[in-house]
Design a protein around this ligand. Structure first.
Ligand code: NZQ
Ligand code: ZN
Length: 386
């Protein structure tokens, strides 16, 4: 196992009817900006629960944060924060609202003139405005990590940011929120969380037995609950395992002491930036090609994944590793998720070259666990995904 440090300060409040606990988590003297998305919370009862819990605090609202949180919209929220002397942010939503809130937490205390610099110049946030979250969509893990991804439509960019100052102070996870999530978003959440684990697991063996088994147990749990969640999102037991698996997939724990990849996400973000494809769907497009292209480097872990997660125990390492890729593709298809770029857009010619050029321009010359995935290789992987 590699040396590591691990600190995750986010308090998780998990369970039925826990949204009311907001009342005790937010300081009484806070001036709160309540941030939300396109309005789903007003149809499923979450908004009322939040407002009731906050009845003793001063609250201003900012709705309309879109999926793939948009920089221009967030700048409007930043104006409200400054004009109203907001002291506390509350995100009520999925990854997009939470990520948007993290950007605002950083931007509110940022001393430069251009908040976009936080993203383009990779400025880490050591201290942000305090914020909490009420998670409405299990998927990203943003509720218990310190990263965010922000989109800028003007330049078709989607860039990451983060830093130790961007952990939520608390996150409320009530699995009952899952009952109103549309099938498409449930499938996205399952796919995103599944790929988060793969990014931290399908690398090369480094003898971290416990980390591998954490990863495998999350994958197994997602595979087990996936059809049940899609069939009946009101099943509380299943919803609980789904929600906690998504949080555990990306709260920092399983990546400690092991090499991590994240190249699938780097390529996927470009597909969202260029075509607006849902985040999770970009991952399902890239992952199979990525594993095929990097087969020699990754086949030991692919074979381990085949045996332990998919029960494929016959054959050589190569056989098992190939079978694991096929199983992964079949799993995505069972969720209703396509695995080719041509299934998501008809306008894909030139995409591989464009993404390779963007990585070169940004100086991203080596992605993946060996930092060896150069832009020319990225171009080949994206082409294989057409
Ligand atoms: O906007 P509203 O009306 O609320 O509707 C949302 C949105 O349309 C809807 N929804 C959420 N909860 C619901 C619900 N509908 C009914 N009932 C509910 N309870 O679902 C739609 C999608 O929401 P969104 O927040 O965009 O989805 P997700 O959680 O998948 O977040 C995706 C974003 O997170 C980023 C992605 O890149 C993308 O921008 N990620 C963030 C990460 C992180 N911070 O660690 C890691 C991930 O890899 C990912 O990159
Ligand atoms: Zn993701």
């Amino acid at each position: 196992m590699n040396n590591f440090e691990f600190k995750n300060p986010t308090k998780i409040i998990f369970g039925k009817d826990t949204i009311q606990k907001l009342e005790t988590e937010i300081p009484n003297d806070a001036k709160v900006l309540l941030l939300y998305g396109g309005g789903s919370i007003k149809k499923n009862g979450i908004y009322e629960q939040v407002k009731t819990a906050l009845s003793n605090v001063e609250v201003i609202e900012f709705g309309g944060i879109p999926a793939n949180p948009e920089y221009a919209v967030l700048l409007n929220a930043l104006k409200v924060i400054k004009a109203e002397n907001i002291t506390y942010l509350l995100a009520v939503g999925g990854g997009s609202v939470i990520d948007g809130t993290k950007f605002l937490s950083a931007a509110a205390l940022f001393e430069g003139d251009m908040p976009w610099d936080i993203l383009s110049k990779k400025i880490r946030t050591e201290k942000g405005m305090p914020f909490g979250t009420v998670l409405t969509l299990p998927a990203t893990g943003s509720e218990m990590n310190s990263g965010a991804v922000i989109t800028r439509a003007e330049t078709k960019e989607k860039l990451g940011m983060g830093g130790p100052g961007l952990f939520p102070e608390f996150s409320i996870l009530d699995p009952q929120v899952i009952s109103s999530i549309p099938q498409r978003q449930l499938a996205n959440g399952l796919t995103d969380a599944f790929t988060h684990v793969l990014e931290q697991y399908i690398t090369y063996p480094n003898g971290a037995l416990l980390q591998d088994r954490f990863a495998e147990s999350i994958l197994q749990t997602i595979i087990e609950v996936a059809p049940k969640v899609l069939k009946d999102p009101t099943d509380y037991k299943v919803a609980s395992d789904f929600m906690w698996s998504c949080t555990m997939a990306l709260n920092g724990l399983i990546q400690k002491g092991v090499p991590t990849d994240w190249a699938i996400h780097a390529m996927g973000h470009e597909l969202t930036a260029l075509f607006g494809i849902d985040h999770a769907r970009t991952l399902a497009v890239i992952a199979p090609s990525h594993y095929q292209y990097n087969f020699e480097d990754k086949k030991e872990k692919l074979a381990q994944y085949a045996a332990r997660v998919w029960n494929i125990t016959e054959g050589s390492t190569d056989d098992k590793a190939y079978a694991a890729i096929k199983k992964t593709v079949a799993f995505f298809h069972e969720l209703g998720i396509d695995t080719k770029l041509s299934d998501c857009t008809k306008d894909y010619e030139g995409t591989a070259e464009e993404i390779a050029k963007r990585f070169t321009d940004r100086g991203w010359l080596g992605l993946g666990e060996h930092q060896s995935l150069s832009p020319d290789k990225v171009e080949k992987i994206v082409k294989m995904a057409y």
